[in-house]
Design a protein around this ligand. Structure first.
Ligand SMILES: Nc1ncnc2c1ncn2[C@@H]1O[C@H](COP(=O)(O)OP(=O)(O)O)[C@@H](O)[C@H]1O
Ligand SMILES: [Mg+2]
Length: 326
């Protein structure tokens, strides 16, 4: 199956031909398949927002191409217009772009522009509001009377209401507390699963992307140095560190255990995976797994008491600490 969205040698210069000329993307080849959940990860200023604004034709390439379903999105005006409905883009801090009198009208804006009839618009507004967990009474309120998290959900509902095949979100959890972030990520995951849509999530959090995405695309200074499954990408620990990205805390812990001679897998990057790996190592026997190295070295392996339930409690504590923390 071919890519649903793709860039070929995409280069973007800002302020071309002026003293402020800046190359934000250098011949970037990016692609995502239908139904795939991809994360674009890079530090501030690496070119993430520039890249994704090309995916629905908000920016025009300086050179190179953007293809949707195999054809150039700039082929004709009509094509560009169609692609803007098929590739839904949720900007960073989208709540600043709410402007209608009511939440209902704000969510209806996209479907209206698509030329849908009144009943279909109504169905989509109500469905997408439900999708992001907005109560029906909220629909008649002014978007300006809502909390920050609610406003962001209205903005996401407005894009989802267009039922895009590709949903692109630029740092959708920025500035939200952990529970607000978790709700938004849940909504995105549900949209991915129920609509079988392709999701492109932009983030600068390794923990977040490792949990959510099937594939990571790393962007650095306007290029893509590598991409792959989280496990593949995290094998480039030192390079990621040098780019100011780093790997998730669990991956670092497991790399340290391996360097101490403990027989645990290298591809651990979430708390549930860490828990599985530790339990599996314990079932193999602490001596075999080399886990005695983590205990008091004076004791012989045979004296050490490792029990699975204890280890489990420990991991659960770590998991709840993490949830309540950052
Ligand atoms: N409108 C603009 N005019 C000039 N330079 C810009 C503009 N937008 C972004 N840039 C520059 O392009 C580079 C990439 O920016 P951006 O795509 O916003 O990165 P990210 O989203 O990863 O933070 C940065 O160096 C940024 O300063
Ligand atoms: Mg950005």
């Amino acid at each position: 199956m071919g890519a649903i969205i793709e860039t070929k040698e995409l280069t973007h210069l800002y302020s071309q031909g002026t003293p402020f000329e800046h190359t934000a993307l250098h011949a970037v080849d990016f692609s995502a398949d239908p139904g795939e959940y991809v994360a674009v990860i890079g530090r501030t200023g690496s070119g993430k927002s520039t890249l994704i604004q090309h995916l629905n034709g908000l920016l025009k390439p300086t050179s190179g191409q953007v293809l949707f379903d195999g054809t150039d999105i700039w082929e004709s005006k009509e094509r560009t217009r169609q692609v803007r409905c098929q590739v839904g883009l949720v900007f960073q801090y989208p709540e600043y772009q709410l402007f209608e009198e009511t939440v209902y009208q704000d969510i209806a804006f996209g479907p209206k522009n698509m030329g849908l009839d009144k009943d279909e618009i109504d169905r989509r507004v109500k469905q997408s509001a439900r999708f992001v967990g907005l109560e029906p009474v909220v629909l008649e309120k002014s978007p300006f009377d809502l909390s920050g998290g609610q406003k962001r959900r209205v903005a996401i509902a407005g894009v989802i209401a267009m039922e895009p095949q590709v949903l692109v979100l630029d740092e959708p959890t920025a500035g939200l507390d952990p529970s607000g972030s978790a709700r938004i990520l849940d909504n995105i995951r549900t949209y991915h699963q129920e609509k079988n849509a392709c999701i492109i999530l932009v983030s600068h959090s390794m923990e977040e992307v490792a949990r959510e995405a099937e594939r990571l695309v790393v962007i650095h200074k306007g290029t893509i140095p590598f991409s792959g499954s989280p496990a593949e990408v995290f094998t480039h620990g030192d390079e990621l560190e040098a780019m100011g990205l780093g790997v998730p805390a669990m991956t670092r812990v497991f790399a340290r255990l391996r360097s101490m001679g403990v027989d645990v897998p290298a591809s651990v990057y979430t708390i549930p995976q860490a828990r599985e790996a530790v339990l599996a190592a314990l079932h193999r026997g602490p001596h075999k797994a080399g886990l005695w190295l983590c205990g008091e070295r004076k004791k012989e392996p045979a004296d050490m008491e490792f029990s699975a339930p204890l280890a489990e409690n420990g991991m659960e504590q770590a998991a709840s600490d993490e949830k309540g923390g950052t």
